[in-house]
Design a binder for this molecule. Structure first.
Ligand code: TEU
Ligand code: CA
Length: 554
């Protein structure tokens, strides 16, 4: 395997709107991010992924871009962005922009021009179909609910949007559109960014010609997944994009890839893959339901373990997955993957270590390093996210009471991750001097960066130790390149694996509140990390306390 500059890095995702507000308007911004670079550097972060901060009506909080070459004034200016890139560089940090090119905003000039002249050049930048009486071109359900077709304003046509109606899909079959995208990617790479996180990319290839699929809900529509399963040939687009852009800059790219087939892994992230890496979403998908969030269930420790190992096995030594426990689309990992009632500083550390030591690139989502938790939403009015609002409606339609529906969607709401970063116990968690755009989690008085900074036992300091271990000259090679071998897989509520290269490390997490014993095959040399003050042992039997995690060297 050719060694790459990004293999040994640690990444951190920033959701700009909720990270740090520098001017008191309640919205996080780029100058705010710059002011926190030292915080990230001190933690040990090398790569920063910025969720979108381009010009946008913010219908989907920036994932609806109206100008790929400009920064939204709410987030700052292009000068601020240039400064951010330069300041990151000074600290040996790399910036990833979010590449959102499955769709743009309906306020993008391409779309505006398509409305004026659907038969012209820009009409062909989108998927337009003649509007028919009583029937839609296809029966696909958009990810955010309702049909994927919407009237093209001022015309007798309809356009396709697999996400919100304010996010018209771009027509990748059109070479002119692809050229525009490559031009923009190269423009950003020329600015000196390290690469991109690539949004919703699996959707760019549609199964053509358009047709209906078997309806799977009472609305008579069919999940987009049914169409995607049939779509062939995405590799042509992705390979072309790689060759025309990323490859020439040795950029780091991480794809938001769902539903890939095992035999495609090497095409995606192998030696000359379309991307450097792709996220492992196995755990986030588990427990989900075709019917919607209201029908989804909490996943068990056993399932969590199985999901992680399955993904690790699929990727093997072919390439590097990017491992997450949460992102801006998911609830907080500690609230989701730890059994209810068991979410403590200790168990949060266990989850952190189990995830962080997997083979791949660790991505930390803002606030994860503090053990930030889900939000107790008191009313649907407190929710901003369009996806949650749609799922709430779906739950009501299924017959749930408003209270039940709120409870059901609260567990999975994307807004759990989008509340302001908890910097301190000051008003609004120190995020803003104004009124935050989204409510602050009331637990900010106890969970915040300031109080954890000098607390040796804090979740934050545990993350710092994990990062330092990954970078330790003695262990780095094993943690980055070593194989992953699950062990004691049948032992319930125990997740354990070896990482082997020049060193042999063993990660053991007792994923339950009761003590649990494991029989080591031989004596270990030393304990590299432990979330408890002791490790109880007689001969080669370890008695792990509830939610204890240890990393041992043999
Ligand atoms: O998400 C893509 C994605 O597949 C979504 O369906 C995701 O599972 C959903 O948001 C869960 O509710 C990306 C972005 O990460 C997300 O924030 C955007 O809303 C979406 O693309 C459209 O750009
Ligand atoms: Ca601001």
């Amino acid at each position: 395997m050719t060694k790459k500059w990004w293999h040994d890095k640690v990444a951190y995702q920033i959701y700009p709107k909720s990270f740090c507000d520098s001017n008191g308007d309640g919205i996080g911004d780029i100058p705010g991010i710059i002011s926190k670079l030292d915080y990230l550097h001190d933690l040990g972060i090398d790569i920063i992924w910025l969720s979108p901060c381009y010009c946008s009506p913010l219908a989907d909080e920036g994932y609806d871009i109206s100008d790929y070459y400009r920064i939204d004034p709410r987030f700052g200016t292009m000068d601020d962005m240039d400064r951010l890139i330069a300041e990151a560089k000074k600290r040996d940090m790399y910036l990833l922009m979010d590449l959102v090119v499955n769709h743009c905003s309906d306020e993008h000039e391409w779309f505006q021009k398509a409305c004026k002249d659907p038969e012209g050049k820009y009409g062909n930048f989108f998927y337009l179909e003649d509007k028919k009486e009583d029937t839609l071109p296809t029966n696909w359900r958009s990810y955010f609910g309702g049909p994927v077709w919407e009237d093209l304003p001022g015309t007798k046509k309809q356009y396709l949007h697999v996400f919100h109606k304010k996010q018209p899909d771009l027509n990748w079959e059109n070479p002119q559109l692809r050229e525009e995208i490559y031009k923009n990617i190269n423009w950003w790479l020329e600015k000196g960014i390290g690469g991109f996180r690539i949004d919703a990319i699996i959707n760019i290839k549609k199964a053509l010609p358009f047709r209906n699929y078997e309806p799977d809900r009472a609305d008579g529509l069919s999940s987009i997944n049914n169409m995607l399963k049939e779509a062939q040939g995405i590799g042509q687009f992705l390979g072309e994009m790689r060759d025309r852009t990323f490859k020439n800059y040795d950029a780091f790219t991480v794809g938001e890839v769902f539903n890939e087939k095992p035999e495609e892994i090497s095409d995606f992230i192998g030696e000359n893959g379309y991307f450097s890496s792709m996220f492992d979403f196995n755990e986030t998908i588990c427990g989900g339901s075709e019917k919607g969030w209201y029908d989804a269930r909490q996943i068990t420790p056993e399932e969590y373990k199985t999901c992680c190992f399955e993904a690790q096995k699929k990727a093997g030594q072919i390439g590097f997955l990017s491992n997450i426990i949460e992102n801006h689309d998911e609830p907080r990992g500690v609230s989701r993957y730890l059994p209810q009632g068991d979410c403590t500083v200790k168990s949060k550390k266990m989850l952190a270590a189990l995830n962080f030591m997997l083979r791949g690139i660790p991505f930390i989502y803002q606030g994860q390093e503090l053990g930030m938790e889900n939000v107790p939403f008191a009313s649907i009015d407190e929710i901003d996210d369009i996806s949650t609002l749609d799922e709430y409606q779906t739950a009501l339609n299924a017959g749930l009471s408003p209270e039940e529906a709120l409870n059901a969607v609260s567990r999975f709401s994307r807004d759990n991750a989008r509340t302001p970063m908890q910097w301190s116990a000051d008003k609004h968690a120190g995020f803003t001097t104004g009124t935050p755009w989204l409510k602050v989690n009331p637990n900010y008085t106890t969970i915040n960066a300031a109080s954890q900074q000098n607390d040796k036992g804090s979740v934050k300091n545990f993350y710092k130790q994990l990062i330092a271990l990954r970078k330790h000259p003695e262990y780095k090679n094993t943690i980055v390149y070593g194989t992953l071998e699950p062990v004691w897989e049948d032992q319930k509520n125990l997740m354990a694996y070896y990482r082997k290269e020049d060193k042999t490390l063993l990660v053991i997490g007792n994923y339950q509140k009761e003590e649990q014993a494991v029989h080591l095959p031989q004596t270990y040399k030393r304990i590299l990390l432990n979330n408890d003050s002791t490790l109880r042992q007689t001969d080669n039997i370890l008695y792990l306390s509830g939610y204890q995690v240890v990393i041992l060297e043999f």
